[in-house]
Write a protein that binds this ligand. Structure first.
Ligand code: ADP
Ligand code: MG
Length: 726
């Protein structure tokens, strides 16, 4: 079969069936690679970017890697590089290091003790070495027949019988095969797709796809990046003299170029997205300042400087004829709700309706209560819509909304169901926006305002978004930050307490409640089973009732009917209930200033932002507050790190930044990521400089090089561009 391997190994015969090169351990063998190799020789139209020339099976495997076009292969960059350029004499190989050796098979046999394994002894001029395989194919056993020449690569160690390699990657050589003169790329792959097949596909892609430059020459030179074509060639086929360390560590200038391009693609798509939206129409909601002023004057407190500033930003947006897309960020307790209410009044005053959406019943209910408390005295009708509102009341509320009699609707997901029709929705306020998917928010926007216009959107989040995330994944939103807490708050003292010292914690709860304050007891999160979580909550509730016979204790969990939930929350709010046992349903938004103590059981199971949110439920009044994190030993490395972070940091932004470092952006972005391409190469922490540059270059390109923008986005996002249109 006419194989063509660039590194000149025309006669090497692979041991496993799938590759002319090293096999990825003995186990990966499936004959599919040959299909790729042979189909590659059937040259097809070279301007075609599709992968029609490979078999459907291979196409399916490539798809699993996110490769749908020839061009995608160019950006399928090596995970790492293997140094196959030198051979080490067996006797010189240092134990514990990865080396390449070559020798002749002196014996191959299957042993059964301690377990079935293929044992093959080879020798070179300096000594002997044993290879062991616990999974192997008969073909591999045959290939390793006595007398065969093999070249193998793997970690060497000193076993009982001398030098050993367990599952080395190897190939047999029928004739002298020169060593490659450059590093060998190792690609991310999937079962049934060999490295060799990938290398050949990539080589073809480098030859046949458009690698033209997408940066204007002056800009490229000014920011000091190398040409795209040079960078990808180098990364896929590193020349002999390349600096191996910077290549491996991805600090090489070629990597810089690729990371930059990736960030640039993200910036460009966000920017276009933003532009597209800002060309749409929205009702102009002018500030007459009558109602907002009335509300502000009725408050028992004055707004903080940060609240006033963010409110100004929002008001400015609302008065423009294009839909606002603003994210209002502020740590827990920073006072976002009143800013939202004042914004709502501006819309209402202009004759438009407002929808306020929250992710949980408890939170929506609480918003309802607050908004009603603030707005009903001003003569504004507030409707409450959740999944659990009874049909009759619901129908009534719907009618009022459709007729426009009700100007403000508050609810959960129920708000964007089909039956909900607004007469003229002017502003949608979405609390804890990261809990909602892109699509859900879109649906609310579809509820439309006047003809051909979209409502303005105000999103709120208490999960602070680190600056780098805001600059990248949230670049399509305008952001306002409340960076100041209302005065008179006392910081929450966080304590880490091992579960074995539970008694001391019980005593503290008793003391706090005895002195007229209130406490939360948060039950452990049990991710695997909601039923089990519920059970645990019930058990905890009963146990604590026995423990504190003198206290009035309440229980809330996600499975209660909302009327029951509301009754318990009411009782806690008014102080009738002193200790509230709760599942993590109280994580967001709940606001009871007299509660000054929180106990979180099995804190080690919770994520950082969750802990921070929970902790934010206390420290809302003037008295000193504490949050006790009960944990069960032993702690995993990650859990220990999380608890350390939450213990040492009270600033939500810092917690979020460290969380980002710990987990990467994927999980923090939550629902949002469904519409946003993730970063494969760039890292938001370490590539912040590149990100900043990409941001300003993106602005330039969009303004003056639309053709290059198109070309760049096609290269990087291909079919996924559509997704961003939402
Ligand atoms: P969050 O930003 O977490 O949603 P809230 O809007 O629930 O915070 O506000 C937390 C508490 O602070 C509420 O009781 C609210 O009435 C109060 N609050 C808001 N703004 C101020 C202010 N400027 N001064 C004093 N208290 C305020
Ligand atoms: Mg809130």
């Amino acid at each position: 079969m006419p194989r063509t391997s660039k590194k000149g190994a025309p006669d090497s015969k692979s041991v496993s069936t799938n590759s002319a090169s090293f096999t990825g351990g003995v186990k990966a063998a499936k004959p599919s690679g040959d299909a790729v190799a042979s189909s590659l020789t059937r040259a097809t139209d070279s301007t075609d970017d599709s992968l029609q020339f490979v078999t459907p099976a291979v196409r399916e495997r490539l798809a699993r890697l996110g490769i749908f076009r020839l061009a995608d292969l160019v950006l399928h960059l090596p995970l790492r590089y293997e140094d196959e350029t030198t051979l080490v004499a067996i006797a010189d190989a240092v134990s514990g290091t990865s080396v390449q050796v070559e020798g002749k098979v002196v014996e191959t046999k299957v042993e059964f003790r301690p377990r079935r394994q293929l044992v093959c002894r080879i020798e070179d001029d300096s000594g002997t070495l044993t290879m062991r395989f616990f999974n192997f194919y008969p073909s591999q056993q045959r290939a390793l027949a006595t007398g065969a020449r093999v070249r193998l690569i793997g970690e060497i160690r000193q076993g009982f019988f001398g030098a050993e390699m367990i599952h080395p990657r190897f190939r047999t050589l029928r004739v002298e095969v020169p060593l490659p003169d450059a590093l060998t790329p190792v690609y991310p792959t999937t079962a049934g797709l060999s490295q060799d097949s990938l290398r050949k596909l990539v080589a073809r892609a480098l030859r046949d796809t458009d690698l033209s430059e997408t940066l204007p020459e002056p800009i490229r030179q000014q920011i000091g990046l190398e040409p795209f074509v040079d960078a990808v060639r180098l990364l896929h086929q590193p020349p002999q003299q390349v600096d191996a360390v910077s290549l491996q560590e991805r600090t090489h200038s070629a990597w810089q170029r690729l990371k930059f391009d990736e960030l640039l693609a993200q910036q460009l798509s966000m920017r276009l997205h933003y532009q597209r939206r800002s060309r749409q129409r929205a009702p102009v909601l002018r500030s007459h300042s009558g109602l907002p002023r009335q509300l502000a004057e009725s408050l028992p407190f004055g707004l903080t400087g940060a609240q006033l500033r963010t409110l100004d930003e929002i008001r400015g947006d609302l008065a423009r004829p294009h839909p606002m897309q603003r994210l209002l960020q502020g740590d827990v307790g920073s006072g976002k709700t009143i800013v939202a209410a004042l914004s709502a009044l501006q819309a209402i005053e202009s004759g438009y309706q407002v929808a306020v959406m929250a992710p949980t019943e408890i939170l929506a209910e609480q918003h309802y209560r607050k908004f009603a408390h603030w707005l009903v005295p001003l003569g504004i009708e507030v409707a409450w819509l959740s999944g659990s509102v009874r049909k009759k009341e619901r129908d009534e509320a719907l009618e009022q909304l459709a007729s426009g009699n009700t100007t403000l609707a508050i609810g959960t997901h129920a708000l964007f169901q089909e039956q909900v029709v607004f007469r003229n929705l002017g502003l949608a306020i979405i609390d804890e926006q990261h809990r909602f998917g892109v699509r859900q928010r879109l649906m609310l926007r579809m509820k439309g305002a006047a003809k051909n216009a979209q409502p303005h959107q105000l999103m709120m989040s208490a999960t602070p978004i680190p600056r780098t995330l805001a600059m990248s994944f949230y670049a399509d939103l305008d952001v306002s930050v409340i960076d100041e807490l209302p005065p008179g708050r006392t910081p929450v003292v966080t304590k880490l307490v091992a579960d074995s010292r539970r008694d001391e914690v019980l005593a503290r709860v008793r003391d706090a409640c005895a002195s007229g304050r209130q406490a939360y007891w948060v039950c452990p999160l049990i991710e695997e089973s909601e039923a089990l979580q519920l059970q645990t909550a019930m058990d905890t509730y009963e146990r604590l009732q026995r423990e504190f016979s003198e206290l009035k204790i309440g229980l809330v969990h996600g499975r209660m009917r909302s009327a029951e939930k509301a009754a318990v929350m009411d009782a806690f709010q008014s102080g009738t209930v002193q200790l509230l046992v709760a599942t993590t349903v109280i994580e967001v938004g709940v606001d009871v200033p007299n509660a000054s103590l929180m106990v979180i059981e099995h804190a080690e199971r919770m994520g950082l932002s969750q802990l921070h949110q929970l902790r934010g439920r206390v420290g809302r009044g003037a008295q000193s507050s504490a949050c006790i994190l009960l944990y069960q030993s032993p702690l995993s490395e990650l859990a220990r790190e999380r608890l350390r972070i939450i213990y040492e940091n009270s600033d939500g932004f810092e917690v979020a930044r460290l969380d980002l470092k710990l987990r990467g952006p994927g999980e923090i972005l939550g629902a949002r990521q469904s519409g946003v391409p993730m970063l494969r190469f760039a890292d938001l922490e370490s590539d912040i400089k590149l990100l900043e540059t990409a941001r300003s270059v993106a602005a330039d390109l969009v303004a003056s090089h639309p053709d290059l923008v198109e070309c760049h986005l096609t290269r990087w996002l291909g079919g996924r561009q559509e997704y961003l249109r939402v």
